[in-house]
Design a protein around this ligand. Structure first.
Ligand SMILES: Nc1ncnc2c1ncn2[C@@H]1O[C@H](COP(=O)(O)OP(=O)(O)OP(=O)(O)O)[C@@H](O)[C@H]1O
Length: 775
């Protein structure tokens, strides 16, 4: 391995020390498990004896005996390795502290374990000790308030270790790092050295344009790497919302999930795993964050995409919603439905429904003028609350004193109101009135501050009308099935399977939940309604629409903590626009707090981070995040045509996969159609996969996808295959898309254009990196 050298005596000593510490911890865990097993046997014997005693005991003695048996049984049910660190990977960091001339070793892991002779393993969330680890470097003097004393000393060693399958494989010290190679020999690792560039700038005509040899190196537990600022954030006040902002790869998701683990440690009951949730934008991120949550021992925390979550919530509260969600809703219809102006239509809709209701009152409830007036006038209350008032008013106004006939009349009236409430809350049907009524749509456009146009109305109307049509199967349900065959022998139902009729749009769920709340008021949430969470992490919050954030906010328990992570430079959803983080907090219904900015980017190398910052042009934040690792320059290639490009890609990717079989590569096109075309020409390259629906495999290989699916993800190498003048225009949304695609790369980025590069990457600032000659 390049950069590896002979091990010095000091290196050998460090490695030996770490191996010995690990051995001691593993032995300690083994002994504890054995001791517990022996205890278990004793308990089982004791239980047997108690059972025998009970079979001959006097009745009066039985309760006491049963109590004892229950206690023993509870002890047996406790797993023998309950709350012990995993033997195969018991800790991830080691520090040595010297206080008043005495040295002691402390190991940091996910579960505290004190039964080792030399070094205890401390849960990283245990504040007093871990504070020293996260806040001080090796050689630094520390002063920290520990329980009952002020600890003063020096950090004499601070090492990050990786234990895989019970074996120490990687040690990072401030000066060097060591890795075990394939032959099980320790070598000095070159991970801090400047990576050698195998391809890179100006290499369009070379056979290998990508690959730095850095993929597949062992990765330390991320909890060991948290920087002091990240550590401070995850420890911040529980009751204040935590808003974490920062450029791509600055560790926003990492901090948010570690905070979840920290809160769970602080208060297991309040922050029980089943009361916490992580909301992410894409299925890929569910997988990635799920992995991190599992490593933090949070296996039961729900992690879901917003889309999946909102559909579940809506179906729980609103009955008879169509089962099928339409997947190809036109962009303008999505934009329309996600616009907050839709809310103004709620008032109009309710006004119309109240008018109808008043007519029904006139017919069915004689003498109900006062009740009807309440219903119409008390617009300060939600419809359901008004209805309750009207009911009370009407019942009170009924003549007669407690007579049987009056009681009967009251029962009828109550039933009427009950039915009315049920009908009004069945907002599934209101979808039709909202989106297939031209006047209503015009009303929405009028209140959209010019963001929605008249032209969209027809699109929404025709989409909705087709959607509200019954599916062919329903329409023809009373016709002989054989007559429903089409010319090619398929049944009409099959023909219709992918069609619009009888479906619902994903965007409808938030609208309907908000409408439900608008009508029901406080009765819409709370017990028996939407689940209430005590901690919610919202990742990539910039892409949610206002009404969607409103719904999320309504599921926060009054006692809830919330962590919001986001980056407005990565707002790429074309159907909504980002206003400000204050607005986001307001929409979630939480207190306004100041944002915390993370400014170090850990994912991408410095050249990639610099490129991604420049891509943002006029919308870039004032300062670029600081990258901690250097790396290969960004490669640029310009090809004359598709054929030339696919030839080069084919060759470069095949080489890369052969040279670096553990590498993960993403080819990220702007549009999924481009990705599909590329896949068709590259399908013979080994390990190549097309990802149209966020279903990344997270194993070595090449995934071809589009920019909308990669939020929050990362790959060793990224290729942008379509940075051409006619694809990425000089528009903020295109800049953000290219920025997101570029910042997915860890080691190297290859930017390809055809005919002419995009104006976004043509400014003078890009020319300090030599651009390749056209291929
Ligand atoms: N202090 C750190 N030291 C080393 N690596 C870190 C540190 N913090 C985070 N990382 C790593 O950096 C990468 C990016 O982290 P993360 O995904 O949390 O960033 P992010 O800000 O959410 O990025 P994005 O906005 O692109 O989703 C991950 O691989 C993570 O493990």
């Amino acid at each position: 391995m390049e950069g590896s050298g002979k091990l010095s005596e000091k290196d050998h000593a460090i490695i030996a020390e770490e191996e010995s510490l690990l051995q001691q911890v593993q032995d300690g865990i083994k002994t504890t498990i054995e001791k517990r097993k022996i205890n278990m046997n004793l308990i089982a014997k004791r239980l047997e004896a108690l059972r025998d005693e009970a079979s001959t005991a006097k009745t009066a003695d039985l309760p006491a005996l049963f109590d004892q048996m229950n206690t023993q049984r509870a002890l047996i049910e406790r797993s023998p390795d309950d709350a012990l660190p995993e033997r195969l990977s018991p800790y991830f960091a080691h520090m040595q502290l010297e206080e008043q001339g005495r040295k002691r070793d402390v190991l940091l892991g996910h579960i505290t374990f004190l039964d080792t002779a030399k070094a205890p393993v401390i849960d990283w969330r245990h504040a007093p000790v871990s504070r020293i680890f996260f806040n001080y470097r090796e050689g630094e003097e520390y002063e920290e308030e520990l329980p009952g004393r002020l600890a003063e000393g020096v950090v004499t060693a601070r090492r990050i270790v990786t234990v895989e399958r019970g074996e120490l494989v990687h040690i990072i010290t401030p000066e060097r790092s060591y890795t075990k190679d394939d032959q099980n020999n320790w070598i000095v690792d070159n991970r801090h050295a400047l990576p050698s560039l195998m391809g890179g700038a100006g290499t369009a005509s070379r056979s290998t344009s990508i690959g730095t040899g850095q993929s597949g190196s062992p990765s330390p537990d991320i909890a060991a790497l948290l920087d002091p600022e990240q550590y401070r954030l995850l420890n911040s006040a529980v009751d204040d919302p935590l808003l974490i902002l920062g450029g791509a790869g600055c560790g926003k998701t990492t901090v948010a999930l570690h905070r979840m683990a920290y809160l769970n440690y602080l208060d297991k009951k309040r922050f029980a795993q089943n009361r916490m949730i992580v909301i992410v934008p894409e299925p890929g991120l569910v997988h990635l964050s799920g992995k991190l949550l599992r490593s933090l021992h949070l296996n039961q925390v729900q992690i879901t995409t917003f889309e999946q979550w909102i559909s579940q919530q809506a179906r729980q509260l609103i009955k008879s919603l169509p089962k099928r969600v339409y997947k190809w809703t036109p962009g303008n219809v999505i934009r329309f439905k996600r616009h907050p102006a839709v809310r103004v239509a709620f008032e109009e809709l309710v006004r119309q429904q109240v008018d109808e209701l008043v007519k029904t009152f006139e017919k069915k409830l004689p003498g109900s003028d006062a009740a009807a007036k309440l219903l119409q006038k008390r617009t300060d209350l939600a419809l359901l609350e008004r209805l309750e008032l009207a009911e009370k008013e009407y019942i009170q106004s009924l003549p007669g004193q407690d007579s049987k006939s009056k009681q009967q009349r009251i029962a009828v009236v109550k039933k009427f109101f009950q039915e009315t409430r049920k009908n009004l809350l069945n907002v599934a049907n209101d979808r039709i009135d909202l989106f297939s009524n031209r006047e209503m749509l015009e009303w929405i456009v009028k209140h959209s501050d010019g963001q929605l146009s008249e032209g969209m109305i027809d699109q929404v109307l025709s989409h909705s009308l087709e959607q509200f049509n019954k599916s062919s199967q329903q329409r023809y349900s009373n016709i002989d099935a054989s007559k429903l065959e089409t010319i090619d022998g398929k049944s009409l139902a099959e023909e219709d399977a992918d069609e619009l009729a009888g479906t619902i749009d994903s965007e409808d769920f938030a609208v309907l939940l908000e409408l439900h709340f608008f009508k029901a008021g406080r009765a819409s949430t709370g017990k028996g309604r939407l689940k209430q969470y005590t901690h919610m992490v919202i990742d990539e919050a910039q892409d949610l629409a206002p009404m969607e954030r409103n719904v999320l906010g309504r599921t926060l328990h009054p006692d809830a903590a919330i962590t919001i992570a986001g980056d407005s430079a990565q707002q790429i959803d074309p159907s909504t626009s980002f206003d400000s983080w204050e607005t986001v907090l307001d929409e979630l219904g939480v207190t306004r707090v100041s944002a915390n900015h993370l400014t170090t980017t850990y994912r991408s190398s410095a050249p990639i981070a610099a490129f991604a910052h420049k891509v943002l042009g006029p919308i870039a934040p004032r300062t670029a995040p600081t990258a901690i690792k250097d790396g290969a320059p960004v490669s640029f290639s310009n090809f004359k045509n598709d054929g030339q490009m696919s030839l080069m890609l084919n060759e470069a990717l095949t080489d890369l996969i052969l040279n670096e079989p553990h590498a993960s590569v993403a080819i990220i096109a702007k549009e999924i159609e481009t990705a599909k075309k590329l896949y068709d020409v590259l399908r013979d390259v080994p390990k190549v996969r097309f990802v149209p629906d966020g279903d990344f495999e997270f194993r070595p290989g090449i995934e071809i996808t589009d920019a909308s699916q990669v939020k929050g993800l990362e790959f060793d190498y990224v290729i942008v295959p379509d940075a051409s003048y006619n694809v990425y225009r000089d528009k903020p949304e295109d800049r953000r898309l290219l920025h997101v695609a570029a910042t997915r790369a860890i080691h190297q980025l290859w930017v390809i254009s055809q005919v002419k590069p995009s104006p976004i990457i043509e400014g003078d600032e890009f020319h300090d990196q030599p651009a390749s000659a056209p291929g």
